[in-house]
Every structure is written in structure tokens, then in C-alpha cells.
Design a protein around this ligand. Structure first.
Ligand code: AMP
Ligand code: GLY
Length: 418
């Protein structure tokens, strides 16, 4: 079987690493891939947003299965286009991808099917939004409706900040078309949980849970990032809460899909806030998370190709998916300055001195003459497995200390539970 993975992050490296373990796979391509992926797959220089060129490549090479990492090609309809040509592809179609492509769409979906989420209202006009602000207490949350590479959510502590944010988004085009419409919602307090689920059109099967760290600095200070570290499972999801989520939330999501004629096949990533009043949904993503994938996939014991095939065929079952009891934790090594401006092209050293059982998934890296250079903001995900969270954490930190590149920064408190 020839497999094409679309994307270039540590998430895609983890997927390619797992796919390479399947005895059904003879060749893996990755578009465009990165310095780490190039050691286990053939990288092809096609941008993930360039759906037509990806389609042409898949047809020409006779790709048997395409797996899509990032949201942009999904929201742009890559799955519909591949399906029209009879190609097998793992991911939701354009209509289903609206759950990530439009916050208004996903909030209205949750409202309609009585799925717990923050109280909200949508706007396409700055004056209406500003006029309505006193319906929300501060802090409040303002979200660009469309895709904004994880930067379109602003938590405002004052009404003045909220007014400025609204004007920036709607009138000053801070996020281009993505911010022409906005959502204002109440601020939820609690502990976040990332729950990725396989959905096959009829059935929803949650994977093991994870906890992501979105802020750049220790103690959840600093700017929002794509994610600075992660661990799995997330201990807050005890049995009672898991049952409640399954019964009260996942069932409603599937009922909603059914009634709205949304044929969702792929990974539904549910971002939860566990509040005093129970679990509420912060967001849907229509793909694997990054860095969640780097801690969840190493715990998967089953053949991932079998799972992808069953999801596409519409017959996935929880008994098809076996998980290791090990705990996993990853720390992201980022370029100095990230998530704001940073330099690329720094030589990475120390990777060959890491313990044998450490998994290093590359994000923004480039391979030049067998040397690895930085090529993005989030450079490496250093992942360790342990019998418990403490052990996984100790191993990850012991090893990330051996990795060097100019300007390296990482959080020191991933998995430090308070
Ligand atoms: P989103 O892209 O909607 O998940 O938002 C990104 C991050 O912003 C979330 O993971 C939360 O940390 C935070 N966030 C989003 N919505 C809310 C909310 N209503 N209350 C508190 N924090 C939020
Ligand atoms: N870790 C959050 C995301 O993948 O969007």
C-alpha cells in the first residue's frame, strides 16, 4: 500500500512513524514533510494548501490512502476532490470541516443540539458587537469566525480591550476574511482536556485523552502558541466524567450529525473545559491535534492503517483500538522568540545522544547534508514514555536538556500537576 501524508509538523512525523510500523505499507510519501520525516518517508515539495497539485500527485503515483494532517486542506474540500476521483482519503469532507472552519457554525450546531458550551453571540458588524458587550462579564472571549492558525482567540479582561479587539478583527482586518465575522462568548474557568475521537459517519470512538499547554511560558504565562507540551492520559477524566461525556455529549454530537446530514469521517478533536458545572466544549477541530498526536499515537498499540480503513468504511469499533497503559509526555523545543518572530537555520545538535526509548518528532526542521537545522517556530517534540506521569516527565526533561540550538526555549513545567 502506498500512503501519502499531508503536512509538515511534529503531528505528521508521529503519524508517519506509526504508519511506517504497519506491514500493509510499502511506501510513504509526505507533502511537504520535514527534516525528521525525510528519514522514514519520501518528502515531496507540495504545499498542504495546494489541493489540486496533491490530487495530481496522488493520481500519478497511484496512492492507495491519503492522510490529511492540517485543517486548511480539509476546510478547502480536499476530501471531496479526492473522493470524486475515487481516491481513498482519511479526513472529513468540506461540509463536516465547517465545524472547525467557522466558529459560528460550530457554536450554532452545539446550541441546536443542546451540547454544553460557553454562552455566545455572533456578529458581522463592529458597532452591534460593541453595543452588546455589556451582556457579557469580563473577562470575555472574542473569536475570529474563520481559520486563524490558532491565533484568532482573544481573552479580554476589560471592555476597552474588547472594543479594540472587535475593531481590529472586523474593521482593521487583523485576520483577513477570517475575522469579518466574530463570536463573543463567556469566559469559562476550569481545566482543559483534549479528546480526539475517531468518527466513521455513524460511530464515535474516543482515543485516550490528553492535556495541552497552549501558553508560551511557565505557569501559563505569555502568548498563546500552537502548543508547548502535552501529556496523556489527562487524569481529570475519571470514569464518571468519561461516562458523562460519552452519554451526554458524544451521543448528542452524533445525533446532530445525523439530523444535519453531516457525514463526518476522520478525527473529531474536542477541546473541553471541565468547569464546576461539568464539561463544556471550547472548540471542535476536524483533525489530529498538535502536540496531542505526539503523546496519543505512541500509546496506540493497534495498526493505524486498519483503523483508518475501518473509519473510511464506516465500521470502527472501540474493540478495534488497543492502548498501552504507559503514560506519555512531550516537551516542545521552540525557536527563540516564538510565537512572535524568530530566526531559522540554526544547527541542531545533541539528538544522537538521547536515550534509546525517547521519541523525537520533528516540527520545523530541515535536513541538509545529514545535519538538522531549525526551520520553524516549534522545532521538536521530545516525547518520553513512563510507567507514570512523573517518570515520563523526568525522562523527557533529562533528554531535552541534551538538545541544543541557538535560542532554544521550552517550558519547564509540562506535566507538573498543581
Ligand atoms: P479555541 O481555538 O476556541 O479552542 O481557543 C483556544 C484556547 O483559548 C482554548 O484552548 C482555551 O485555552 C482558550 N479559550 C477559548 N474559549 C474560551 C472560553 N470560552 N473560556 C476560556 N478560555 C477559552
Ligand atoms: N493542540 C491544539 C490544536 O491542535 O489545535
Amino acid at each position: 500500500m502506498k500512503v501519502l501524508v499531508v503536512g509538515n509538523g511534529a503531528r505528521e512525523h508521529a503519524l508517519v512513524w506509526k504508519i511506517a510500523q504497519s506491514n500493509k505499507v510499502s511506501k510513504i510519501y509526505c507533502a511537504p514533510g520535514n527534516g525528521g520525516i525525510s528519514n522514514i518517508a519520501q518528502c515531496v515539495n507540495i504545499n498542504p494548501g495546494d489541493v489540486d497539485t496533491l490530487l495530481g500527485f496522488a493520481l500519478k503515483e497511484g496512492i492507495d490512502l491519503t492522510v490529511v494532517g492540517p485543517e486548511l486542506p480539509l476546510v478547502n474540500g480536499i476530501v471531496d476532490k479526492f473522493n470524486e476521483k475515487g481516491l481513498n482519503i482519511f479526513g472529513p469532507n468540506k461540509k463536516a470541516s465547517m465545524l472547525e472552519g467557522s466558529k459560528t457554525f460550530s457554536k450554532r450546531f452545539m446550541e441546536k443540539y443542546d451540547i454544553p458550551t460557553a454562552r455566545f453571540k455572533s456578529y458581522d458588524n463592529a458597532q452591534d458587537a460593541i453595543g452588546d458587550l455589556d451582556n457579557f462579564d469580563c473577562p470575555l472571549v472574542i473569536k475570529a469566525d474563520g481559520l486563524a492558525a490558532g491565533k484568532g482567540v482573544v481573552i479580554c479582561n476589560t471592555y476597552k480591550e474588547a472594543e479594540d479587539t472587535i475593531l481590529q478583527m472586523i474593521e482593521k482586518n487583523k485576520f483577513g476574511d477570517a475575522g469579518k465575522n466574530i463570536v463573543i462568548e463567556e469566559f469559562l474557568e476550569g481545566i482543559e482536556v483534549s479528546l480526539l475521537c475517531f468518527v466513521d459517519g455513524k460511530n464515535i470512538v474516543p482515543m485516550e485523552s490528553a492535556r495541552d499547554y497552549k501558553k508560551a511560558l511557565d505557569g501559563d504565562k505569555g502568548l498563546n502558541t500552537g502548543g508547548m507540551g502535552c501529556f496523556s492520559p489527562n487524569p481529570i477524566l475519571n470514569e464518571g466524567l468519561t461516562n458523562r461525556i460519552n452519554k451526554e455529549i458524544l451521543t448528542k454530537i452524533m445525533t446532530g450529525f445525523n439530523r444535519e446530514n453531516i457525514e463526518f469521517k476522520g478525527v473529531l478533536f474536542i477541546g473541553f473545559m471541565i468547569t464546576e458545572k461539568g464539561p463544556k466544549i471550547l472548540e471542535f477541530n476536524v483533525r489530529f491535534g498538535d502536540p496531542e498526536t505526539e503523546v496519543v499515537i505512541p500509546r496506540l498499540e493497534s495498526d493505524i492503517i486498519d483503523i483508518f480503513t475501518k473509519v473510511i468504511d464506516g465500521n470502527i469499533n472501540s474493540s478495534d483500538i488497543k492502548w498501552s497503559n504507559k503514560r506519555t509526555l512531550c516537551v516542545i523545543a521552540a525557536s527563540g522568540g516564538y510565537p512572535e518572530s524568530y530566526e531559522k537555520g540554526k544547527l541542531v545538535s545533541g539528538l544522537d545522544s538521547l536515550d534509546d526509548d525517547i521519541l523525537v518528532f520533528h516540527g520545523g526542521t530541515k535536513n541538509i547534508d545529514k545535519d538538522i537545522y531549525t526551520n520553524g517556530g516549534r522545532v521538536l517534540a521530545v516525547t518520553a514514555l513512563g510507567e507514570n506521569l512523573y517518570e515520563a516527565r523526568e525522562k523527557a526533561y533529562k533528554n531535552i536538556k541534551k538538545v541544543k540550538f541557538q535560542g532554544i526555549q521550552y517550558r519547564n513545567d509540562i506535566g507538573k500537576l498543581d
